[in-house]
Write a protein that binds this ligand. Structure first.
Ligand SMILES: Cc1cc2nc3c(=O)[nH]c(=O)nc-3n(C[C@H](O)[C@H](O)[C@H](O)COP(=O)(O)O)c2cc1C
Length: 167
């Protein structure tokens, strides 16, 4: 008897997985060849380990920004705040200078942090693992700081706000 893996249609996969709400995080660094800022939006950023402090996210193998960020070895993760929809739009675009209209500043390593974000995590990439059509990035946390406001949330293909938990 031959067992076959059921085929899951990518759009259906995306529809159902989209029910899992995520934060919206900008991963940004500097292209070591040009010094230019580079980055992208990820919904897959999360903590991996407390001791040592590690975080992870996955990036599509088709990404044009990650190969630039990875050359620098360091990146800043800016967890976007409610109201930063325009940052999400700019940083998930494939066209133009993503940073041109954005308010950002530099970390100690010179990596771009989005001003007004909900939190910032400065990282050093330590490992990249294969994950189907994505690469799983593992990074060491160098320093981190909470900002103000509430987080921006991505759910079922839409950006929205965070609801206060029940008392
Ligand atoms: C809310 C949201 C979450 C996203 N999450 C991811 C992700 O986890 N990994 C990824 O590779 N792309 C993700 N994307 C898509 C990238 O941000 C986008 O494709 C990226 O900017 C591609 O451009 P690039 O060629 O500049 O890398 C996400 C986009 C949005 C709007």
């Amino acid at each position: 008897m031959t067992l076959s893996t059921p085929t899951i249609e990518p759009r259906y996969f995306r529809d159902v997985i989209g029910h899992l709400p995520t934060g919206v995080t900008v991963v940004a660094g500097r292209d070591s060849e040009t010094g230019a800022p580079a980055g992208l939006v990820v919904g897959t950023f999360q903590s991996l380990s407390l001791d040592p402090p590690l975080v992870t996210f996955s990036v599509a193998t088709t990404s044009s920004s990650w190969p630039k960020v990875r050359t620098g070895g360091f990146f800043s993760a800016s967890v976007l705040a409610d109201g930063q929809h325009h940052v999400c739009q700019a940083m998930s675009s494939k066209q133009g200078d993503k940073f041109a209209q954005l308010d950002w500043h530099e970390s100690a390593e010179g990596t771009p942090q989005i001003t007004g974000a909900h939190a910032w995590i400065d990282c050093k990439t330590v490992q990249e693992l294969e994950g189907g059509d994505h690469v799983i990035v593992v990074a060491e946390v160098l320093r981190l700081q909470a900002g103000g406001g509430r987080p921006l949330i991505f759910h079922r293909g839409r950006l929205g706000g965070y609801c206060e938990p029940n008392p």
